[in-house]
Design a protein around this ligand. Structure first.
Ligand SMILES: Cc1ncc(COP(=O)(O)O)c(C=O)c1O
Length: 425
């Protein structure tokens, strides 16, 4: 598809979508909120501006805002821009701390256990590079499934005299096997004192049993930094369900907030294990905000978070976020089931007893090179108008990632399944 056509499509769909929240809300309220009720999810889709000439199945990069959230974001941007420093110096903080309280409550965290960041990356970088529990001779560990820049930040420990150990997780295993795998890896490497865990891998959507792994690591004197960039909003959980002391979250992926919003979590009692952020000069270091220093930031993005949380809970149809999580898993299973018996398609991290969300990946006919998978994603776009992305980094080889979101229809997934069947021939 030509870029000009794509952009024309974006403009056309934006022009067609006249915002009418009352109408859309009426549909949401009246529809039977179930994971498999296409009418309900069509009413959700109607609240998004989407390009009409591609099938967007690469929603892992970041999460577009629904129209009510975008409207709020525009209003907040206008407010902040109009009032300028008069707002930021006098009114922002009280307003913002109310938002922090609301977000912390949803996450099951204390008010001084979370700090807003510009994304999961900023949270991860502060947690990893300012962790104070390592001494020369200790080692750090991460897996092939972890996020590239988090791996790179762990690699930097080598410059400070620590050893780095990389493990490759099996692509297919039960929860118990993943826990045993991590336990064995830690037992075989007793010098490891810090472990990176990714709740839901961005490479193939694998969800690991974080709470159990954290508990095993704790027994062995190992701290865990958990990357939950993809999982909050995609799965239904609170911090207690992860049991970790240090966690990074995103608000601008699956919670549907504007770009520039994430969360750093440090459990009560562990603040002193993360050094004060470079650039923070506070004498009183008892507040979590002394552990991240973002400079002047996009206040409008953070001020829009309540609208995003409200829209998120609407997709639960009054049942919290469980319905949304169930729908996302339903969409993944929906297209997987159509390909389960197709020999030329390998579904990575395929169903077993552990949770999964929308993200998953596939390989065609055992093709594992980055180039081959780039070509598969390119063919999906060129011949079938389906947008996906290739991923590298798994020990088992490159793959193509498919990530539907709440606005994708089962009809679009039928088209994906049909395209893959053709390509697997
Ligand atoms: C697993 C994982 N961790 C962390 C991040 C970083 O998130 P962000 O770039 O939004 O800060 C990403 C981004 O895609 C990710 O996939």
């Amino acid at each position: 598809m030509k870029r000009r056509n794509f952009l024309q499509g974006v403009a056309a769909s934006a022009a067609l979508s006249v915002f009418n929240s009352a109408q859309a809300e009426a549909v949401i309220a009246s529809a039977d909120a179930r994971a498999d009720n296409e009418d309900f999810w069509r009413s959700i889709r109607a609240q998004y501006d989407l390009p009409d000439d591609i099938i967007q199945l690469e929603n892992g990069n970041w999460g577009v805002m629904s129209r009510p959230v975008m409207k709020e974001y525009f209003a907040q941007t206008q407010k902040v821009n109009t009032l300028s420093s008069y707002y930021s110096r006098r009114q922002f903080l009280p307003e913002f701390f109310t938002i922090v309280k609301q977000t912390a409550a949803l996450l099951g965290a204390g008010d001084n256990e979370i700090a807003f960041t510009r994304g999961a990356t900023e949270a991860l970088m502060n947690l990893i590079s300012n962790y104070r529990g390592l001494k020369t001779g200790d080692a750090v560990m991460y897996a092939d499934t972890d996020y590239d820049s988090a791996q790179a930040a762990f690699d930097k420990w080598q410059q400070r005299g620590m050893k780095r150990i990389v493990i490759n997780l099996p692509e297919q295993a039960t929860d118990e096997e993943y826990v045993a795998f991590y336990r064995t890896a830690l037992e075989q490497n007793p010098q490891v004192k810090l472990l990176l865990l990714t709740h839901m891998s961005h490479r193939h959507g694998l969800v690991i049993p974080v709470k159990e792994v954290v508990a095993e690591a704790r027994k062995l004197g190992v701290d865990c930094i958990v990357d939950a960039a993809h999982s909050w909003g995609q799965l239904d959980f609170t911090v207690e369900d992860l049991g970790a002391d240090f966690i990074a979250f995103n608000l601008h992926k699956w919670m549907g907030a504007p770009l520039g919003a994430g969360i750093m979590y440090i459990r009560n009692g562990r603040l002193n294990d993360i050094a004060q952020a470079a650039g923070d000069g506070s004498e009183d270091t008892s507040r979590i905000y002394t552990r991240v220093h973002s400079g002047t930031l996009n206040m409008a993005s953070w001020l829009t978070v309540p609208a995003a949380l409200e829209f998120h809970s609407k997709m639960g149809g009054g049942k919290g976020s469980a319905l949304k999580a169930t729908r996302l898993a339903y969409l993944r299973r929906y297209w997987w089931q159509q390909l389960a018996d197709i020999k030329g398609v390998e579904l990575i991290a395929a169903d077993n007893d552990h949770a999964m969300g929308a993200i998953s990946s596939l390989r065609l006919k055992g093709q594992t090179s980055a180039e081959a998978n780039k070509a598969i994603a390119a063919r999906l776009l060129k011949e079938f108008n389906i947008f996906s992305v290739h991923r590298t980094g798994l020990a088992g080889g490159a793959c193509v990632r498919i990530t539907p979101s709440v606005f994708n229809t089962t009809t679009e997934l039928d088209q994906l399944a049909s395209a893959l069947k053709t390509m697997a021939l």
